[in-house]
Design a protein around this ligand. Structure first.
Ligand code: NAD
Length: 250
């Protein structure tokens, strides 16, 4: 029960890593507010929480949505102890094949979304005397990946922003860290596998590229996010924790 009494706000928690984190945080005693672009998915996550929660339809790339989200959480719970900025998505393409509007749309969610959530949450945490923020970056921000130029760059920005925020808000008692997951078996990968010409062969190739011969589980990332959010990580700030089973062998 490492999060007993804590109020945790998590974005992109209608699915995958975010949902697994919401569930684990609730089992650790947190009250969880779930924000997602997909309201049905957010409500489904809340329905799975043992102690209930708050579901909100939020586009993290919209400042007004982020402001309303923070107001709603404070109105319901009175404070925000933990922010997990997890919403994000990837697209394929190198710098030539990536359309400019697709680059802008992805940066609006993956980077501006992290900025906007923090912009609205940090003043609340400051007033309370502290808090913890965990952003979801990616291991490919560090090791790179072919044909994912916009996504790799966006996660590099999340990684750097995490370190900048950690220094800016350390005196406010706010710790800011990131997780950098490797390939995690989430609906994103499920869709990619299902759409492959030979799904079983594609899954075999994906697994064989992982040193542990398998994709990670959303729950394995959730455990690290919950650690970083908890007081067990009281001397950890500005860190990016890689959770990738040893990287990817290409
Ligand atoms: N799955 C992986 O292998 C992997 C690896 C590294 C990093 N990540 C990162 O982890 C995070 C979660 O990924 P996942 O695999 O669980 O993905 P997912 O697609 O299962 O879940 C992402 C959720 O974010 C929501 N979302 C998308 N755009 C949004 C927006 N504008 N505002 C609010 N919510 C929005 C979606 O509706 C969805 O519910 C993402 O930031 C992703 O880039 C994933």
């Amino acid at each position: 029960m490492r999060l007993t009494g804590k109020i945790l706000l998590i974005t992109g928690a209608g699915s995958g890593i975010g949902r697994a984190t919401a569930l684990l945080a609730a089992r650790e005693g947190a009250q969880v507010a779930v924000a997602d672009l997909n309201m049905d998915a957010a409500e489904e996550t809340v329905s799975l929480l043992p102690n209930g929660g708050l579901a909100m339809r939020v586009d993290v790339g919209q400042s007004a949505d982020c402001a309303r989200m923070v107001q709603e959480v404070v109105a319901r719970y009175g404070r925000i102890d933990i922010l997990c900025s997890n919403a994000g998505y990837g697209i394929q393409g190198d710098v030539v094949s990536t359309a400019e509007e697709d680059w802008d749309a992805l940066f609006r969610v993956n980077v501006k979304g992290v900025f906007l959530c923090a912009k609205h949450v940090v003043p609340v945490m400051r007033r309370q005397g502290g808090g913890a923020i965990v952003n979801t970056a990616s291991n490919i921000a560090i090791i790179g990946l072919r044909d994912r130029a916009a996504y790799v760059a966006s996660k590099g920005a999340v990684d750097s922003l995490t370190r900048a925020m950690a220094l800016d808000h350390v005196a406010d008692g706010i710790r800011v860290n990131a997780v950098a997951p490797g390939p995690i078996g989430s609906p994103y990968f499920d869709r990619m596998i299902a759409n492959a010409p030979d799904p079983a062969e594609f899954k075999r190739v994906l697994d064989s590229r992982c040193p542990m011969q398998r994709l990670g589980l959303p729950e394995e990332v959730a455990k690290v996010i919950v650690f970083l959010a908890s007081d067990d990580a009281s001397f950890v700030t500005g860190a990016t924790y890689v959770v990738d089973g040893g990287g990817v062998v290409m």
